[in-house]
Design a protein. Structure first.
Length: 116
């Protein structure tokens, strides 16, 4: 069974940085496009950043372009999200998953809170 475990969230002030990590187990994600998603309180889950298996295609939501960087280590089955210049509107629970997402694979997410 696929398991995705996100970590690295926390409380940070406006303008601060955090690095999120996602570790996959159960099967290799090396050949899959992977992405980060987030869900803010009272809102739908949304796409944040995605990267295909070999890094040739990298996409970001307009709201995070220039501030967030997605990376992956296929050998370690991990995906990371470096988040800089965090803003209060980045407050959300962050999840990783395939892209498009596998509904059976959602993990618990990691909470990011940005204080103003």
């Amino acid at each position: 069974q696929v398991m995705l475990v996100e970590s690295g969230g926390g409380l940070v002030q406006t303008g601060g940085s955090l690095k999120l990590s996602c570790t996959a187990s159960g099967r290799s994600f090396s050949w899959y496009a992977m992405a980060w998603f987030r869900q803010a309180p009272g809102k739908e889950r949304e796409f944040v950043a995605g990267r295909d298996w070999n890094g040739e295609t990298i996409d970001y939501a307009d709201s995070v372009k220039g501030r967030f960087t997605i990376s992956r280590d296929n050998a370690k089955n991990t995906v990371s999200l470096q988040m800089n210049s965090l803003q209060p509107e980045d407050t959300a629970v962050y999840y990783c998953n395939q892209n498009p997402p596998d509904a059976r694979a959602w993990g618990q997410g990691t909470r990011v809170t940005v204080s103003s």
